[in-house]
Design a binder for this molecule. Structure first.
Ligand code: E4P
Length: 212
């Protein structure tokens, strides 16, 4: 399973990028708004840090508007993936963008049927939201497992991005459930890194070395 970061904060991307683990980036309108900066400037800066798929979301409501925005965004860099919301207009836009050779990531996926539709429309990626499923009392990870099984059974090449990751168990469980990618918030990357026994071990090695 590849690791993406789910943020629009370039400092966070730079830091995790230096760990050598980052294969891509996802953003969304809420994450961009949180930074209070110009959308295209942020996306361009991200392309300079990470060499991998970078999802930028369209805000149009009709397929025509989404395609227009998608075409503009895709001109920013070859790695830009157009993030499209899961609905009928979104599917039409996915089909049209695919015909133009532009990759898409269909977002806000909450059922295996939605993932199947997005994949058949030609999406390069689908983003099922694990945490938001958990929030409403469902088991988000079951969704990842179902989509992974369906894609495997039917030879579908669309990649599954496990999204809305809230804690470290989500990352490990996504890998076990068959997600191709997990898009992880900065805070969770740091939680993955740390373990109290590692810190304790480093301290003990240091103490023993100094007492030799
Ligand atoms: C995915 O691409 C989304 O940006 C993200 O994972 C949403 O996560 P949230 O439910 O924590 O907002």
């Amino acid at each position: 399973m590849k690791l993406f970061i789910d943020t629009a904060n370039v400092e966070e991307i730079r830091e995790i990028g230096m760990w050598g683990v980052l294969a891509g980036v996802t953003t969304n309108p809420s994450l961009i708004a949180k930074e209070g900066r110009d959308f295209e400037t942020v996306i361009k800066e991200i392309t300079e840090i990470v060499d991998g798929p970078i999802s930028a979301e369209v805000m149009g409501e009709t397929a025509e508007q989404m395609v227009k925005e998608g075409k503009e965004l895709s001109k920013l860099h070859k790695n830009i993936v157009i993030k499209i919301p899961m609905n009928a207009e979104g599917l039409k836009a996915v089909k049209a963008l695919k015909q133009k050779g532009i990759k898409t990531n269909v977002t806000l996926i909450f059922s295996a049927n939605q993932a199947l539709l997005a994949a058949r429309a030609g999406a390069s990626f689908v983003s099922p939201f694990v945490g938001r499923m958990d929030d409403i009392g469902n088991i988000g990870m079951d969704l990842i497992r179902d989509i992974a099984n369906i894609f495997e059974l039917h030879g579908i090449e669309t990649e599954i991005i496990s999204a809305s990751i809230r804690h470290t168990a989500h990352v490990m469980e996504s890998a076990l459930a068959g997600a191709h990618i997990a898009t992880i918030p900065y805070k969770v990357f740091n939680q993955m890194l740390n373990h109290p026994l590692t810190d304790k071990g480093i301290e003990r090695f240091k103490a023993d070395w100094n007492n030799r």
